[in-house]
Design a protein around this ligand. Structure first.
Ligand code: SF4
Ligand code: SF4
Length: 473
């Protein structure tokens, strides 16, 4: 039997099944232990996080008063660390060729009637221009695993193409990459290509379920997949993004697993995950979410988000257009710091309407980016197109140190206002622009340091009146 060891590089030891089962037992035994729950909430209030055991107790707790306290705390931590800013991004699907047999994804190789497509560089260019014309600055590129159709050279070529396109005032300034687990050498190549975050969803941390859900293909190898973030960091990638696909397995198992993964990265590399994503299984071409046992309702989903927020306050949290408007609204309040908008989940979907069935999942939030931006502002948020940190070399432990000292706020807030101004001038509808200009005017007054405020005001004037772009702190 393997023994739990967060510092081990063996996935069976740092995501240890016996430790998770014991954690869940402990959580069940203590779900009504108000003294312990109060102590955990008090610890969380210190804003330094809580561990997987403590978080699991809170997840098991059903006491309405304690749950209210947890939600209030999550909202407060969200505000303290992220203010009212929400970072915007869009996915870009490069290719849906895939050799894996994942049973929850329509790109699995056995699906013979889905339309397979891989973008040429010309098509990448057209997609990126369409994304730039919407106003996006930050992309997450996605591709199935297929060494013949989508080798690392293809991914690198696409990244180069994406960064090279300067269309009107547009530019993609940060490319995050969501591709299959790979070798240290390939991670090094991605690092050298200037990627932002390397994102890889674990799907499920339960090894047995993992192997059943990935019956064939290289992804079947649980250890190779689960240890990918260690190889990515060894390859020099500072920022990694975790995620599980909620709905596949017991959500309580997954919460403990993902927090153990975060603790492992912190223990071994001195820096936790840059982001955590919380996708849920959604309908798609030959996929019915009801085929899986672990489905969770909206209430449980929001509880998970709140608990992750207080467990890892420094980690950004991402929600996609898999979720509808009302779930996204609740989730934003409880901890989400990044959302996608105007997304297409098919290959080539930004240029061609999605009539061909090449989408990875059905989009629940079908609004345009402009509608999402306006909606966010009407809810009191500041949509941000900021990509400053990685371009200023603030990644990995340097980024985390700034986060932990709270100094990052001095950058995030003015950067959000300046990039929002770019969006308003270049892409917004008249209504969105009117709402946004008022917010910027008001928010400039909330920049505490006079010197920073003055510089931000000057830059905003330059964006509006002198057609200048790309200022950042
Ligand atoms: S989840 Fe990824 S690896 Fe699995 S079939 Fe879909 S694209 Fe391929
Ligand atoms: S300043 Fe850094 S942390 Fe803040 S929004 Fe920009 S990129 Fe993100």
């Amino acid at each position: 039997m393997t023994v739990y060891n967060p510092q081990s590089l063996n996935a069976d030891e740092f995501i240890n099944d016996a430790e998770i089962c014991d954690t869940l037992r402990y959580a069940d035994e203590n779900k009504d232990n108000l003294e312990l729950i109060d102590a955990i909430i008090a610890k969380a209030k210190l804003r330094k996080g809580i561990d997987h055991r403590e978080a699991s107790v809170l997840l098991a707790c059903e006491n309405p008063e304690k749950l209210r306290e947890i939600y209030v705390l999550a909202e407060q931590i969200k505000k303290d660390f992220y203010g009212d800013r929400i970072v915007m991004f869009a996915p870009l699907y490069l290719s849906n060729y895939c050799v894996n047999g994942c049973v929850y994804c329509p790109y699995h190789y056995k699906n013979k009637h889905i339309c397979r497509k891989k973008l040429t560089q010309e098509e990448v260019r057209a997609e990126v221009i369409a994304l730039q014309d919407m106003g996006h600055k930050r992309l997450a590129i996605e591709a199935g695993e297929d060494p013949v159709h989508n080798p690392i050279e293809y991914i690198l070529e696409c990244i180069d193409t994406i960064y090279s396109i300067k269309h009107k005032n547009g530019a993609i300034r940060r490319v995050n990459v969501n591709i299959a687990a790979t070798t240290v050498e390939n991670y090094r190549k991605l690092r050298d290509a200037g990627i932002g975050t390397y994102i890889l969803f674990q799907e499920t941390y339960n090894k047995e379920s993992y192997e059943a859900l990935h019956p064939t293909g290289p992804k079947h190898n649980y250890r190779y997949h689960t240890e990918a973030m260690d190889r990515a960091m060894e390859g020099g990638i500072d920022d990694v993004g975790l995620g599980v696909l909620f709905g596949l397995e017991l959500y309580r198992y997954e919460l403990a697993g993902i927090l153990m993964h975060a603790e492992h990265l912190e223990a071994v590399h001195g820096v936790g995950p840059h982001t955590i994503s919380v996708p849920r299984v959604k309908p798609a071409d030959d996929i019915d979410p009801d085929d899986f046992d672990g489905g969770i309702d909206d209430e449980t989903f929001c509880k998970i988000i709140a608990i992750i927020r207080i467990a890892v306050p420094y980690t950004g949290m991402i929600i996609s257009t898999r979720e509808n408007k009302s779930v996204r609204e609740k989730a934003l309040r409880l901890g989400i710091s990044q959302i996608s908008g105007g997304s297409k989940t098919s290959v080539g979907g930004y240029v061609e309407p999605e009539e061909e069935n090449s989408a990875q999942f059905d989009v629940s939030d079908q609004r345009t980016l402009d509608e999402v931006v306006c909606w966010l502002m009407e809810l009191g948020y500041i949509p941000s197109f900021c990509t400053a940190c990685y371009r200023e070399g603030r990644t990995g432990d340097r980024f985390m140190a700034l986060c932990k000292s709270g100094q990052i706020q001095n950058c995030c807030h003015p950067n959000a206002l300046m990039t929002l101004e770019e969006y308003l001038v270049d892409y917004a509808s008249p209504k969105t622009r009117a709402v946004g200009e008022k917010i910027i005017e008001k928010e400039l007054q909330n920049i505490p340091k006079e010197k920073v405020r003055k510089i931000a005001e000057e830059h905003i004037e330059d964006i509006k009146n002198n057609n200048k772009r790309d200022f950042r702190f």
